[in-house]
Design a protein. Structure first.
Length: 316
């Protein structure tokens, strides 16, 4: 695994991009008086705060496990992405609210050509950095880096809407286009922020992996089960880029502890080889003991296993 600390350079790049675009968009607003460009500049300020948060979160998440945090520190990524989602919502609501205000109390705009050119250049910078962040975030399964990339891409969309509003104002002379586009982009940004908060909430609450990954895990376990063995009580969770998998392996109760351990080790190795960044915990139990089966708990987890003693069949 490449240490998360080494992956902070794309986030450092986003910090630099935020500083540059704040200057460009702030200048564009000062020249034009466009409410759309003001909300765009405020979004870049939020980008800067979010990028700084992501930078330090990645550094903390890269720390190895210790006695106080035996499962590692990766969960801070969910907190960081949730904070970023909240900041996105603040920016979106603020943009929409200010757009409404300027729609009611319009003001004349000026120097649209220069302001539009600066906003376009800032959008190009954000788009390039967003692509880098999304690439590395998805490649290394870093939710905080992916969140930062989505945040920047939301900024690009905002800028596109603002530019469209400026073009319409330039050709028609109607300043309300600037306000309407600011309101629309604010609503879109708010929706993106809500999505990030929901994803972060799922991670902090130890939500199970998605159904596609769960089915892949089940197939891996079935394909590598020792003869005469089965499994149940599969539980999964996500912590940053690391996936945790736990389940009960039910084997012949007459084999030795050493033999049962070897079966579990072989199964764990097969899963880890097929799924990097995974931690597997296997509890070995005798398949023919009633105490190995917990029907109520099994059903609560969405499984439908029945002890062999009940119907003479081995669960799938």
């Amino acid at each position: 695994m490449e240490p998360l600390a080494r992956l902070r350079w794309p986030v450092a790049l986003s910090i630099a991009a935020a500083l540059i675009t704040i200057g460009m968009k702030g200048t564009a607003y000062a020249l034009t008086g466009s409410v759309g460009l003001l909300t765009d500049a405020l979004e870049s300020v939020v980008n800067l705060v979010a990028a700084l948060t992501a930078y330090f979160a990645l550094g903390y998440a890269s720390r190895p496990a210790d006695p106080g945090h035996p499962y590692g520190h990766e969960k801070i990524e969910f907190f960081s992405s949730g904070l970023e989602g909240a900041l996105i919502i603040v920016a979106g609501v603020g943009a929409a609210a200010y757009g409404v205000q300027r729609l009611i109390f319009p003001e004349p705009l000026g120097a649209l050509e220069i302001g539009g050119a600066l906003a376009l250049a800032a959008s190009v910078v954000n788009f390039a950095v967003a692509r880098v962040l999304l690439h590395y975030g998805r490649a290394h399964k870093s939710i905080v880096m992916e969140a930062d990339g989505q945040h920047l891409m939301a900024d690009v969309l905002t800028s596109a809407g603002v530019l469209l509003g400026l073009v319409l104002v330039y050709f028609t002379g109607y300043t309300f286009f600037d306000s309407v586009l600011a309101i629309a982009m604010g609503a879109h940004i708010t929706w993106l922020g809500l999505g990030l908060i929901r994803r972060s909430f799922d991670g902090l609450m130890d939500h199970a992996l998605d159904p596609v990954e769960l089915e892949r895990i089940r197939e891996l376990i079935r394909a590598n089960l020792p003869e005469g063995a089965t499994f149940h009580l599969l539980r999964t969770r996500l912590s940053g880029a690391r996936r945790f998998i736990e389940f009960h392996l039910l084997v012949n109760g007459d084999i030795t502890v050493r033999a049962g351990h070897r079966l579990a080790e072989a199964l764990e190795s097969a899963i880890c080889a097929a799924m990097p960044e995974v931690a597997v915990t296997i509890h070995v139990e005798p398949v023919d003991e009633q105490e190995s089966w917990e029907p109520e708990y099994i059903r609560r987890l969405g499984e439908d296993s029945v002890p062999p003693a009940t119907n003479g069949e081995r669960p799938a």
